[in-house]
Design a protein around this ligand. Structure first.
Ligand code: DC
Length: 235
């Protein structure tokens, strides 16, 4: 039995299914799973709740940066529902951070360098003992540039919008396909063009297009990459 552990970085576009893949991989190999997008969402929720968003949906950067020391994001280990819950200053916000209102504002919040700096520091701490699967946009490039396994997940915007719509409708949210599609495209644009840590594939990342793959096929592929990385790095 090999007790040595690696870091797995999974990056990709919004709604590419990377969180589901990352969570499932972590469960299968007994690693900790960290959803870094949830951290940006929690900070966005804080901004919304504290009147830092004006009527034109612009975030007051100055106020949010000043409030950063009072924003504490953490995770509660998976409970009976098998889902790890995101906590904002101790409050379970797992459900509310997935709302359309937060989704529409999270990319501009994630563009703020001070917000990134604070969350990246925290993310690096989560990986100190390895044995972690983290998903996001800059995990293989900025947070863990030395991760032993890097995966870059992609699928077309149409496919991703369909998945997101289904997810939201299952939660009882009343949104249209066009609304979701526009949000996916706009987030892609902001995520790939922002100045700090834009979304891009790390040179040593393995690309995984999961457009026509079943969940089982994705997991088989991931597990074989994981085994290979483990053998190579922890012989
Ligand atoms: O993965 P997600 O859709 O929950 O991420 C929410 C937003 O957070 C997304 O628009 C981009 C941003 N994000 C980021 O900038 N860097 C990360 N490591 C993770 C997410």
């Amino acid at each position: 039995m090999n007790n040595k552990k690696i870091i797995v970085a999974i990056d990709g576009f919004s709604s590419s299914g990377k969180s589901t893949m990352a969570r499932e991989l972590a469960k299968r190999v007994g690693y900790v799973y960290v959803d870094s997008g949830a951290m940006y969402r929690a900070v966005t929720l804080y901004a919304l709740r504290h009147g830092m968003v004006n009527a034109d949906h612009a975030v007051n950067r100055k106020e949010l940066v000043a409030a950063l020391p009072s924003i504490h994001v953490s995770f509660q280990p998976a409970g009976a529902d098998g889902v790890q819950h995101t906590l904002l200053n101790g409050e379970d916000v797992e459900k509310v951070i997935r709302d359309m209102q937060v989704s529409a504002l999270v990319s501009p919040v994630a563009e703020i360098p001070e917000v990134r700096e604070r969350l990246v520091d925290l993310q690096k701490k989560f990986g100190e003992h390895k044995g972690i699967v983290m998903d996001g946009r800059d995990i293989g490039t900025t947070v863990f540039p030395n991760a032993e396994l890097k995966i870059f997940v992609c699928a077309s915007p149409e496919e991703r919008a369909r998945r997101r719509l289904k997810e939201m409708q299952e939660k009882g949210e009343n949104v249209s396909y066009d609304e979701v599609y526009n949000n996916v495209v706009e987030r892609d644009r902001i995520d790939t063009t922002r100045e700090v840590s834009p979304l891009r594939k790390a040179a040593d990342a393995i690309e995984l297009d999961n457009g026509d793959m079943t969940r089982e096929q994705q997991m088989d592929r991931l597990l074989s990459h994981f085994d290979e990385a483990l053998k190579k790095n922890c012989p």
